[in-house]
Design a binder for this molecule. Sequence first.
Ligand code: NAD
Length: 434
Amino acid sequence: MNTETTHSANVFESAIQRLDLAAKHLTVAPETVERLKRPKALLEVSIPVRMDDGSLRVFTGYRCRHDDTRGPAKGGIRFHPNVSRAEVQALAFWMTCKCACVGIPFGGGKGGVIVNPKELSHLELERLSRGYMQQVADFVGPDTDVPAPDVYTNATVMGWMMDEYSKIVRKRTPGVITGKPIPLGGSLGRDDATGRGAYYCIKEIEKRRNWDPKTIRVAVQGFGNAGQSVVRLLHQDGYKIVAVSDSRGGIHSDDGFDVPSLIKQKNETRTLKAVYCEGSVCELIPAKSITNEELLELDVDLLLPAALENQISSANAAKIKASVIVELANGPTMLEADPILAERKLLVVPDIIANAGGVTVSYFEWAQNRAGYYWSLEEVQDKLRRIMQTEFNAIYDTMDRIKTDMRTAAYVHALGRISAALESQGTAEYFSAS
Ligand code: NAD
């Protein structure tokens, strides 16, 4: 086994260990925990794609349905060179927990393709997206497993996949996938839902800690969909965004950045630069270049990992200066780092609640597609805010009640709902009773 395989196998093994920690705090049948340690189904596919130069490349893809007791599996599709079987399983497991955490009627799924999409032309990307759907079409569906975007996939990719599925089943089926373009049945408010959901969590922390936004310094690792949306909203409220990074590294300024200018620059040029823009004119402003590792250890109040998993480990957990971490990425904190952060009394809002805004609005999109009745942006955002506030505060109160860290509290909250569903079908205790 090479290092990468060992590392990725650990992603899933680590992920499921959190179940055992949670199970200590509530009455749950041992068989429930055992069931959740194994994904219900895992599909591996080969996707042949004709490249623009006439050659043929064959890509490996996965789709995992971790658990569907509470509803159809739900979870994104990732296009990334590091996608692996174990990573897809871990991400699917987190989706089961996340959907239960926010109380939406879905189980957990995830998919991915081992590819660097930056190397593909738009036509090659379309062929790959349609090819992926051709291979998984029997595995997914509006009542079985509903994919969505994830790292390096977006609304356009979802639109292609929905179109391909509709052709295969010879019926327009918008409910097979979420995160679609609005004209193809997407929901208003899905684009920034992940960042907005995290923002609603941060607003609850602001109330509980009497924060004055102007004094709160924020660093965000990852400046894509999730990272941009959350800091745009925080910046509007007066929070000081002092550090931002993408896959190539980061920028830092004690004075704070004008976030709309950074977003404009990043989205128009695909590069992250310290700029201030007036209209279409952007000029460079003073800032220090930093690495992604340095960003995590900056002297800030609020740290937002919004890139990939395994960023906070036992090597850097003791060096983190932020008092609050809100996990927009999935699995940014390794299992081994949790006790170090807990010992240091850092508040870590775990991924399964912090980034659940995305799947919540995906649920709204699926519900709208099935009803054929579409909601206003205000309706979507209001419903999202209510769910995030209710579930965040329930988890916070659980944390205080059982005197644990917020991650364990979130798993206890989720496991309570999953076990209620699984155990209502009977347990060993029920079936062995005379
Ligand atoms: P995205 O592709 O839009 O953006 C990812 C960003 O991370 C990019 O700016 C990229 O340059 C940066 N990045 C990649 N590798 C990096 C590295 N090593 N260090 C620093 N930055 C790096 O993806 P996204 O949709 O924003 O997803 C980001 C994270 O949020 C992922 O973990 C994803 O699973 C999670 N998430 C996203 C959603 C959603 O709705 N988009 C929902 C839930 C969770």
